[in-house]
Write a protein that binds this ligand. Sequence first.
Ligand code: GLN
Length: 246
Amino acid sequence: MAEGMPTLRVCALYPDLMNIYADRGNLLVLESRCEWRGIGFELHASSLGDELDPEGADLYYIGGGQDRDQRLCALDLAEVKRDALHAVAGRGGTILAVCGGYQLLGHSYRLGDETLPGIELVDLVTVRGNGERLIGNAAIELELEPGELRVLAGFENHGGRTHLGPGTKALGRVLAGHGNNGTDGLEGVREGSVVGTYLHGPLLPKNTWFADWLIATALGLPDPLPALNDDLERAAHAEARRASGV
Ligand code: GLN
């Protein structure tokens, strides 16, 4: 870490359970991109039963998971970590939730007769009906700053269909793939620095510009961060876009 530079403190929730589609790669990208710029990086985990310190990290991360693992996490989130995550969002802290983690940010995830609780951080519900899983390469267009359109490319595989409440903002508009529910053309959710998305595979190696936005947002640094040699990263992004047909 270079002198005078801040440290990005990341808390990974349930890294042992919520990590399908190489979602752990998101954390490696954050670490590398901090290190390459002389920004410090600290990672700690919060798993089942662990209290969560709402001041203990700049960025809270939860990956995707199977319904079985999600069930355990949903109950733990609701019983142990809910208030802390509301405190994080309340102080403008950054939260990134992918797929299974994203679904648990809302009111509930209904699977047949069972309803898993969400932490109600954002106004959305997810329902697992009898329909086919929504699978494939996907790309979305988003506007993080007014007038600045960017593309996120990734892979989605979810049985749940997510519906945003009225007035709740999607992360982006579907260019290719299914998005939140395969019908309304919306993908993910974004409220300030709380972000949820179905895109993984994993998300950040394919979209390093978005990793940089998360780092800058979490640390309160000006965006964009100083440029890196991103030839490989740009090629990875282009390939992910190509795979989705965009
Ligand atoms: N279990 C959830 C679903 O199928 C989320 C899956 C995932 O994280 N890929 O909808």
